[in-house]
Ligand binder design. Sequence first.
Ligand code: PAF
Length: 279
Amino acid sequence: MKIITTIEELRDQLSGQLRTAFVPTMGNLHEGHLSLMRLARKHGDPVVASIFVNRLQFGPNEDFDKYPRTFQADVEKLEKEGVYVLFAPTEKDLYPEPQEFRVNPPADLGNTLEGEFRPGFFTGVTTIVLKLFSCVQPKVAVFGKKDYQQLMMVRNMARQFALPTEIIGAETYRADDGLALSSRNMYLSEAERAEAPALFQGLNYVANEMRAGHLDIFQVEHKAMEDLAKRGWKPDYVSIRKRSDLQPPSAGDLAQGAPLVVLAAAKLGSTRLIDNLEI
Ligand code: PAF
């Protein structure tokens, strides 16, 4: 595997490649990321991964400085997956001057759910993703469904900017007890790790209620949040949305059986976890 830090060298290395499959990451790789690499391999060749902890998507009180950086271990894992190039730029390589041009995500998708609780997050994500796409020029790029809203945001951006990159969503990789794998799980204490699957259980409760025809959305969401709070969580949201645009479903949408997804974000101790489940 070639480890490349500069945009120029990356362009040289990938020039003439027409089927590049790309997986952007912020490192601290776990099985979930590796499953994205495997899916990428099915859709293109060569597979290119990136590791870049993107300051632009972290709020002032978020964990940019303490975000886990495990570069050597990550390299070994990517090598085992047969990744061809790891693009691992420094901040100076990627932001040699302040990034003044930024993507401005649409308000209806950008200011809801994660966007409401993490102002500026999606501007940071879409800006770096657009820039990475410009560097790698991939034919396909793989994003996990665990970050459901991020996946939709990137997909919509690619479509509206007519980017020549197909966006592929990968199923969430879960531990045996249901907890979605995430780099932030490593912040959990032993007791918190034992409690953490309750978030996915809450999503299943909501999904089962909806499937059973219990259509009072507000009540179901409220009960799921209350149950989490009783167990010591601080939920930001448990929200049932339409899969098509992540907006709340109307009574008409429900009557017509619009495909739904339930999304949740909650803090356990000082660790904020997110997860979702298609209904
Ligand atoms: O999902 C992530 O790890 C990040 O948001 C991404 C897509 C690599 C952009 O920094």
